[in-house]
Design a protein around this ligand. Sequence first.
Ligand code: NAD
Length: 289
Amino acid sequence: MKIAFIGLGNMGGGMAANLVKAGHAVNAFDLSAEASAKAAEHGCAPFGTVSEAVEGVDAVVTMLPNGAIVRAVYTGEVFARAPKGALLLDCSTIDLATAREVVELAHEAGYEMVDAPVSGGIAAANGGTLTFMVGGSEAAFEQARTVLEPMAKAVIHAGETGAGQVAKMCNNMLLAIHMIGTCEALALAEKAGLDPQTFYDISSKATGYCWSLNDYTPMPGVGANSPADNGYAGGFASALMLKDLRLAMAGAEASGAKVPMGEHATRIYEAFVEEGNGGKDFGAIFTTL
Ligand code: NAD
């Protein structure tokens, strides 16, 4: 297939490279010349505008920072220049309202489009092991699967338009909550006189088990190897977790859901990021306890 890939940053760069490896011809566009040059090194064909990149393609994939940019890219150039019949896939993590609006505009312009946000960080993007949560019709999902599989460990149909973004925001709100809970439990265990590794050995096999404790232990030298063992460098930045929590809070407000723990987690990450810790892995909340 001929695929346009827009947004070749930390995530998009590796994803586009995996599409090339799978044998697709990939037209690349990014506002950053550096990102475009890197994509070219991985076998993508770099273009100077979105309009040129989407000319004659079978599919358009976007991996962009936020909803306003996603809306601008699609309504500005993609809808005007991509061939009718091209499948549109937005893999960015964006607010639910914009995700639904852009798909509606795509349908009006005569395109099939899915929201297909991902779980997994930069390593999974590079390794082709992302989990995609796809919102859209059954037919659109079947088409999308072919495009997404070379970048994926799993491609899951979440439901109708927007369902991918709902799955993503709920997953990451839950992740923030169990990460903070894990940090608190480890800190409490130590302060109350229990060896934290012994606590890990017990709780990771008891009802306290969860991904944050078992697989991503946020205390240095305890449990699973994680960014905590590397000064909280790399991993999933606290600023990105805060972005996702804010999207979840907006989604909760719009849908009338009560999320008291989600609100609390948002305040905790807000304070942490304001103190200059936005670049640290989200498990670094442990250091505040
Ligand atoms: P990034 O900032 O590294 O990459 C975004 C890229 O988009 C940049 O290269 C930027 O130049 C480009 N861009 C911005 N505006 C543009 C425009 N108008 N046209 C073309 N290119 C434009 O961000 P990232 O970490 O790659 O994240 C991308 C998306 O993936 C975000 O929505 C993020 O929430 C989501 N995500 C990130 C992670 C992660 O661990 N980094 C994990 C899951 C999901």
